[in-house]
Design a protein. Structure first.
Length: 186
């Protein structure tokens, strides 16, 4: 099979967990419609493993629990650990998530409007969202006191993989109404 190494490499890369030889064989056979011998897959895996041992690559092919995965080389563990630590600090509280959702769906919106919807003070949540660069100040309202208007940032769009707010799920898609009061369920 032409480009067998690249096909297998793509499967390993795309797999969230380790992928075994039998699963690789199944996927490739269903994709190509041809029988592939396990020894060919094993040879390709060894070729990929040897190639990634070169110093220019930061990952290597590892076998864990009879599955193959690309993992960062040990030399880079400290750097990757710093990234994980940094990102762990960026987790949002429930209050911050609620505030972010309100801003995403109602932007541009003032802090007062957010607080009226949530029913509680949201100073801390807004500050955390600004620090994490998930929201930004988009202007000032024309109302009394000229309060700040908040909207989502480009980082928010990147994080959720959308290009604009039209890409947000519709509320009807999120909320399922099983039974309303007074309705008889079947």
């Amino acid at each position: 099979m032409e480009n067998l190494n690249q096909q297998i490499e793509a499967l390993i890369y795309a797999s969230e967990y380790g992928i075994g030889i039998s699963e690789i064989k199944q996927v490739l056979e269903s994709t190509t419609g041809t029988d592939i011998e396990e020894h060919m897959i094993e040879a390709a895996l060894e070729s990929i493993r040897v190639r990634y041992l070169q110093e220019e690559y930061v990952v290597e092919l590892k076998t864990i629990n009879n599955g193959y995965q690309f993992l960062t080389k040990q030399h880079y563990y400290q750097t990757v650990n710093q990234l994980q630590t940094h990102r762990a600090k960026k987790k949002l509280s429930q209050a911050a998530l609620e505030t972010l959702a309100i801003i995403a769906y109602r932007q541009p919106i003032t802090k007062l409007e957010i607080e009226q919807i949530r029913g509680v003070n949201c100073d801390y949540s807004i500050q955390r969202l600004l620090e994490k660069e998930l929201i930004k100040i988009v202007g000032k309202a024309d109302s009394l006191g000229k309060p700040l208007l908040y909207g989502t940032s480009d980082l928010f769009m990147d994080h959720f993989g959308i290009t604009n707010t039209a890409g947000l799920p519709k509320l009807k898609e999120i909320i399922q109404e099983d039974n309303a009061i007074g309705e008889i369920s079947e």
